[in-house]
Design a protein. Sequence first.
Length: 255
Amino acid sequence: MKKITAFIGSARRKSTFQAIQEFERDLKQYGEIDFEYVFLSEYRLEFCQGCKVCFDKGEEFCPLKDDRNVLLEKLEHSDGVIFATPNYAFQVSARMKNFFDRFAYLLHRPRFFGKTFTAIVTQGIYGGNNILKYLEKMGENLGFHVTAGSCVSTLEPMNEQQQKKLKQKIRKSSEKFYKGLVRSTPPVPTFFRLMLFRMSRSSIQSLDESYFDYFYYKEKGWFESAYYYDISLRPVKEIAGCFFDLLGRKMGQHK
Ligand SMILES: Cc1cc2nc3c(=O)[nH]c(=O)nc-3n(C[C@H](O)[C@H](O)[C@H](O)COP(=O)(O)O)c2cc1C
């Protein structure tokens, strides 16, 4: 049984909810799934105040006391995660953006390796594809294995053709998501992801132990490892990795 959680950035049970319901129906055709809907509007999440305490000292020192950890537990206890949002003025809804801001420390200290991620954007006419890219980038930087999501038009009244298109798009992304869920080997990082890892660790290595990021990387063994998780790299990526380490150290010297 796989546990899937959909985090929803719309306060209504309308288009975004319907798109997720479609996704859930499709997904359940492939295997045993326990599917949970998390409407962000039903949780208390204050706006980030920008104190950076979560980055520097650790997330437990955040001065805001609200439902952040309830949501974190839901992320942690899922095998697969979906971020679903309507397009609001060419971006995710403010609720969803606030959810990301409150978890921005996880971008420094990613932890969702081995979990699969996808995104769904609903919109009237325009702008959603860039939002989808943004959400996929969020998923990757949080450590998830990302499968291609979907951006669907829900402009009302929807005719039969539009309904069909929506169903097709959702079916495709649910199939890819399921394949991601059952895959047995972790994905090999692309050159770009390898570069991000090696360069961020170089910059974190130039900090001292009083910074929580440094402590976290040290504890995880990331200052010595090839990547965030155990993976064997082909020689050309090994060499590229050494080059990225060097580049990261050089850039650190110019600070
Ligand atoms: C405040 C607001 C801003 C919106 N901005 C856009 C937009 O920039 N582009 C677009 O195509 N649709 C836009 N829409 C339309 C919604 O993205 C679309 O209706 C969506 O499917 C609504 O999802 P929901 O039914 O789950 O609330 C906007 C809707 C609202 C309420």
